[in-house]
Design a protein around this ligand. Sequence first.
Ligand SMILES: O=C(O)CCC(=O)C(=O)O
Ligand SMILES: [Fe+2]
Length: 215
Amino acid sequence: MSHRPIPQGADADPAWIAAHPQIQRVPSRDLTLFIRRNFLSPEECAGLIDRIEASRRPSTIADTNGDTGFRTSETCDLDRADPFIAAIDEKLAAFAGIDPVYGEPIQGQCYAVGQEFKAHTDYFEPCGIDFERYCAVAGNRTWTLMIYLNQPAAGGATRFVKIGKTVQPETGKLLAWNNRLEPGKYNGASLHHGMKVRSGVKHIITKWYRERRWA
Ligand SMILES: O=C(O)CCC(=O)C(=O)O
Ligand SMILES: [Fe+2]
């Protein structure tokens, strides 16, 4: 990616990410959010879509609120034992400057027409009923990296509702944001909505890093 030595911390340094070529930082006082177009090639995106199609299942959410329409996409974990997946995982870790041991497995998601993921934060609510179950070992989520693998014919944007920013899906485009303000303090301004696909399908991958080692 560059000649700079890659940091291997538990937390990303926004200055490290900001220095990448072709990086855009969304102007906001409240959220650290970066966009990098063409982070993955169309071939890499196609390889990921094939693997997601091979193993997707209905998505689940933590702290279920009784709204069965809250997250209607389909999900799968992508296995690092697959060298193709391991290479993508290394590329994501190098971008973030985070040691891969802090990362959850890459998750693939697929949305059909009418499917969405309503406004939510990626960190787990420290007072939520599912906090212990999801965070006892590795701690909470720190950074989110998300990549659009294709561009649906209509819909499927990601709206950061608190900062008034909507990002349109584009093949290979990466989003990266910090879910925390500082250790132990989570940023409500990271609230985001994976909006309904209106035509076509939408494929993405998400990569979440944790406060402590994942495995
Ligand atoms: O599909 C999107 O645009 C957002 C996905 C998302 O927020 C998530 O998987 O946590
Ligand atoms: Fe999310």
